[in-house]
Write a new protein. Structure first.
Length: 260
């Protein structure tokens, strides 16, 4: 009987020891993961990697992006996957990315109907920031976390146009990078040391926005809806999507297969 009691008394101690061992194991795993993250994203090389893309410099990439991507909304973006900053897409250019993934037109129609109003409000608010900067009120603008900028609806719309329920492709990673750049640039505007720096960040935000909208517009055919108007980098007024014969033909051929 005494032996049985001793065994019962030892069981709690054994359980506590097991818990302690598991905690130590988890702590060691966490330290190992942190070390691996620092190896994958060395802080000393962060700024250089952020503006490097296949030998070309993207000087518009925000320097405030952290090396581990911890200060953006969509962590898994182009930089997270490839460690580089892609180029901004000039208005009307359909050569990059080379093609868009297949997404049924029904999915695109539904995504556009659901998210367009909020996305357009975010576009209008971003455009209005130039006036605040010109007036010297840029330190008082809303931070990028404010829902009025519709950063997350931008991401949901991009997912509806470029992704599926089971996969995330390179084009969606690219779209997320542009959205994250808008987010970073807005906070760069608010923290800018001068009006000139704030204007430069706003210009970069517009380039990122137009790059994103250009990608989305390639998937917006007449069957899906009306394309978004791009913004001018030198003013807050919208720029209508280009209607050149070459651009229109390229856009239609890119997404024609998606209309089935």
């Amino acid at each position: 009987m005494m032996m049985s009691a001793d065994i019962k008394m030892q069981q709690p101690s054994s359980a506590v020891g097991s818990i302690s061992t598991r905690r130590q194991w988890y702590q060691r795993c966490s330290l190992a993961a942190a070390g691996a993250a620092m190896t994958a994203f060395p802080r000393s090389a962060a700024a250089e990697r952020l503006v490097e893309y296949q030998g070309e410099a993207n000087g518009g990439a925000s320097r405030s992006r952290r090396a581990d991507n911890s200060n953006v909304v969509f962590v898994q973006d182009h930089y997270y996957i490839f460690g580089t900053a892609p180029p901004f897409i000039p208005p009307g250019d359909t050569s990059y990315p080379e093609k868009l993934p297949f997404v049924p037109s029904k999915q695109r129609v539904e995504a556009l109907a659901k998210y367009r109003p909020r996305v357009q409000r975010g576009i209008d608010l971003l455009a209005s920031l130039r006036g605040e900067i010109e007036a010297g009120r840029y330190p008082a603008v809303l931070g990028a976390e404010a829902p009025e900028y519709s950063i997350r609806p931008f991401g949901l719309l991009a997912a509806g146009f470029l992704g599926s329920e089971t996969t995330v492709n390179n084009e969606l990673y690219l779209a997320r990078w542009y959205i994250n750049e808008i987010f970073l640039d807005i906070n760069d505007i608010k923290a800018a040391p001068s009006k000139e720096a704030a204007l430069a960040s706003h210009s970069n935000a517009i380039k990122a926005l137009n790059s994103l909208l250009g990608m989305l517009n390639r998937a917006i055919t007449s069957k899906v809806g009306d394309p978004f108007e791009l913004l001018s980098s030198s003013s807050s007024s919208p720029t209508p999507p280009p209607e050149t014969a070459t651009g229109s033909a390229t856009q239609e051929s890119t997404v024609a297969v998606q209309e089935s």
